[in-house]
Design a protein around this ligand. Structure first.
Ligand code: HXC
Length: 510
């Protein structure tokens, strides 16, 4: 009996060595942690329960049958983050470069099925050279099995992908279908094909970093939602993000203890808006002053800075924030900002997270670049996302709400529940200058007349009261009381029930 117990220990020790000490050392030398070390940092201490530690691949081509390490290049199982359940897979680059074989895929599918059945998120730690070349189509089939589960799980359980090494081919398409992607700077890459293939096919010479590093994907392509300096920071930040999220679409986001008075008055907000309507101010200041303890988890910070997206808590409960940022391109809506915000709104709606929208938007960005790029369809994504969302929606217009962008930004007409405006709000079809130039074209030669017309227009529209008269704004509020107003609005909406008509699914303009 004792021998058998010892044998189990020996087998476990062997499995934990993955591809061997030499490759573990190489992983460390690159500044990367191993698959198991990452899981240890991500989960609560001692909470990890492993599945399939002894699974081995079954392939026999290219001499691979002589090398059958336990675990087959991925560590899978479940554990907890601050006491809440999560399923995890962590690819082991020391075993065939973390490449995905038939059995490796089966291990991932097993925990994804468990996660769906039991209602808990999946965090995938990706460090993989893609399809295992020796296995051919069996490995492609394995990827497709994972992809299909990603699709089925979308909107049911949160799925988060951590890119923590070179990820190529299939190794990027599964993350692409998950809710959030995070990368580690300087050690992680994502590309459909690597620099060598790019050189062969297109003759472009490009480094891995330029082609698919963290900077490329957080700033240019927007494939990734954020990047961190190293593996340890990645895991700490993921624990922080996880606390904002519900376990599934059947669940509410957790309520965390809070020590910040929901009725807190912020006098400083009364002077946030500059006297000159064209002068920018930092919308983040408002977000931080409304949030419990000034805690804000920003998503896609480095992309489309003209709109801000992320999570805060109010009275301990998660709220998704979407806010125009006057500091970047005057907060205008364009292709990138519309896409960014639309995806965020849809995540919140899928997972029962109320949405707070802070509006200061001069309209949609005009021009050929935008039109040729399809701003009509991309802008419509955000309009569509707000229109279909049934979660509680609270909107505060701080300054400009012009044109179509007024409608889009969670207006009353798109089933906004509470639509507040500060006294500094200007709600109109367009700014005074543009309007007067169109309405009084014949008077353009007379600056005095034009100045008088502009003043008239401003008196009529550069305020929230016309919209308030019509009931499109529920209440004009003092800036200083924004947190209190928003907190009370959200509290009143906790029992909100709203359903859209039955359909197979919608046809959002992709
Ligand atoms: C089998 C692989 C592998 C793979 C790497 N290895 N990728 N084994 N299948 N796909 C092995 C290597 O042989 C090596 O084994 C070990 O992993 C480490 O690899 P290195 O090349 O030494 O590491 P590094 O220099 O860091 O380069 C990492 C890499 C590179 C950038 C990932 O290995 C690479 O380009 N791999 C191939 C990527 C690729 O084209 N994959 C197929 C994509 S197609 P030893 O024994 O020396 O340690 C695909 C189809 C799915 O995924 C499409 C679905 C839509």
């Amino acid at each position: 009996m004792k021998d058998i117990l010892e044998e189990l220990d020996q087998r476990r020790a062997e499995a934990k060595l993955g591809g061997g000490q030499r490759r573990i050392d190489a992983q460390h030398a690159r500044g990367k942690l191993t698959a198991r070390e990452r899981i240890e940092l991500l989960l609560d201490e001692g909470s990890f329960e492993e599945f399939d530690m002894f699974v081995r691949h079954r392939s026999t081509d290219f001499g691979i049958e002589a090398d059958r390490p336990y675990g087959d290049g991925v560590v899978t199982g479940w554990g907890t983050i601050n006491g809440r359940m999560v399923y995890v897979f962590s690819q082991d680059f020391t075993v065939f470069g973390g490449s995905l074989s038939e059995t490796h895929a089966q291990k991932i599918c097993k925990i994804m099925d468990m996660a769906m059945q039991n209602g808990a998120p999946v965090i995938g730690i990706n460090d993989s050279g893609g399809a295992r070349i020796q296995e051919g189509v069996a490995s492609l089939a394995g990827y497709a099995d994972v992809f299909q589960r990603n699709v089925m799980a979308s909107g049911v359980i949160p799925q988060i992908s951590l890119i923590m090494g070179p990820c190529a081919g299939g190794a990027v398409y599964s993350p692409a279908m998950t809710d959030f992607i995070f990368m580690v700077r300087d050690t992680s890459y994502m590309f459909v094909t690597g620099p060598d293939v790019v050189k062969t096919v297109t003759n472009e010479v490009v480094t891995a970093e330029q082609l698919g590093g963290a900077s490329t994907h957080t700033r240019k392509s927007s494939v990734a939602d954020g990047a961190f300096d190293n593996d340890v920071e990645m895991m700490t930040e993921m624990r922080r993000l996880f606390d904002f999220l519900p376990l599934s679409n059947r669940d509410k986001a957790p309520t965390r203890p809070f020590f910040d008075d929901p009725l807190r008055i912020e006098e400083s907000l009364d002077t946030l808006i500059p006297d000159n309507p064209n002068q920018p101010y930092d919308m983040k200041e408002l977000i931080l002053k409304v949030a419990d303890e000034g805690d804000f988890y920003e998503i896609q910070r480095d992309f489309a800075g003209n709109i801000i997206t992320g999570f805060i808590r109010i009275e301990g409960q998660t709220v998704g924030v979407v806010a125009n940022q006057p500091m970047v391109l005057a907060g205008v809506l364009d292709i990138d900002s519309s896409r960014k915000a639309a995806r965020f709104v849809r995540f919140c709606d899928a997972f029962n997270i109320p949405i707070l929208t802070l509006v200061d938007v001069p309209g949609f960005l005009p021009g050929t670049t935008q039109e040729y790029g399809g701003v009509i369809k991309h802008g419509a994504k955000l309009l569509f996302a707000y229109g279909e969302a049934t979660v509680p929606k609270v909107t505060v217009i701080t300054r400009k709400a012009y044109g179509g962008a007024y409608d889009v930004m969670s207006s009353k007409h798109l089933r906004g529940d509470f639509n507040y405006a500060w006294p500094t709000a200007e709600i109109a079809v367009m700014g005074a200058k543009g309007a007067v130039e169109i309405l009084y074209r014949s008077e353009l030669g007379d600056p005095e007349k034009i100045a008088a017309r502009t003043r008239d227009y401003e008196d009529r529209f550069a305020n929230p009261f016309v919209a308030a008269e019509k009931g499109f704004i529920d209440e004009v509020i003092q800036p200083r009381s924004t947190r209190r107003r928003v907190a009370r609005a959200l509290a009143s909406l906790r029992g909100k029930q709203l359903t859209n008509p039955w359909k197979k699914h919608d046809n959002i303009p992709l």
